[in-house]
Design a binder for this molecule. Sequence first.
Ligand code: ATP
Length: 302
Amino acid sequence: MAAESPTTDAVAAAAAEPVPGAPKPDPILVADGVQRRFGGIKAVDVDHLEVQRGAITALIGPNGAGKTTLFNLLTGFDRAEHGTWSFDGRPIAGKSGATVARAGMVRTFQLTKALSRLTVLQNMLLASPRHPGERFWLSWLPFTWRAHEKAAEAKALEILERFKLDTKKDDFAGSLSGGQRKLLEMARALMTDPTMIMLDEPMAGVNPALVQSLLDHVRALREEGMTVLFVEHDMHAVRHVSDWVVVMAEGRVVAEGPPSSVMHDPAVVDAYLGAHHDTDLGDDALLDPAVLARLAREEEDR
Ligand SMILES: Nc1ncnc2c1ncn2[C@@H]1O[C@H](COP(=O)(O)OP(=O)(O)OP(=O)(O)O)[C@@H](O)[C@H]1O
């Protein structure tokens, strides 16, 4: 099944040629020659990558393929040795995470230990852009920061309501379930009104009963006109929500295409089989109850 009610931008993405580095009809993010080494390992070595505006793009690949490193580089949380990239026509290579976020490209972060000790609402307020307390001269004007705080809190509560987390606003973030944490990560990112949102494994640690709701939230972002790029290991989620899939292996983009076909690409099968012989590439036949029962028995016997 393809993503439900795709936008025209998402439909345009599906028309792109399914080859690594494929040009997109209306790219919002364009990266060239991006390289990052750790010691002797080339963690990222991406020749060319374009992300279609208004579409949901999944970034997949086996462990150690370089997905997180590429995320970190593009969003200004790590420095590339080589490469250029632009967002919405603006060069942003080498810019700080804060500058990239202000340009409209925002990533989610997994809830750290420190953030777990704050309440849900405090987490939201920390994500609020340009907190006046961070700017020395404004911190001397109490009316300025009070007005800012009031507006930020109203916005935070509105977003929390959308994610059905408003009743949890005073709970410690650490007390949330896996799925609720993922919703909070998404909610935090929305505090900055992004044009493009980059989700780091939105389905990791989520109870299967909540997966559908999370997928609906991801689709809703696209319906609002946002561009979504997400790293994910859950291939069923990738199949069901993405308009386009980019596959990385050993730092490179080895395949791209619509979710229905890319999983059958020999380069993808090779990349996964090289790393894991038991990787589920999202084949829906695996949803057959008999197959699932067999996998569960095999897991128990391990
Ligand atoms: N800070 C670091 N120091 C040294 N090596 C690193 C560092 N970060 C990543 N690496 C290495 O770079 C390569 C790519 O790692 P990365 O975490 O980007 O892969 P990934 O595709 O996100 O993997 P996963 O799916 O397991 O999260 C791996 O070989 C990893 O060990």
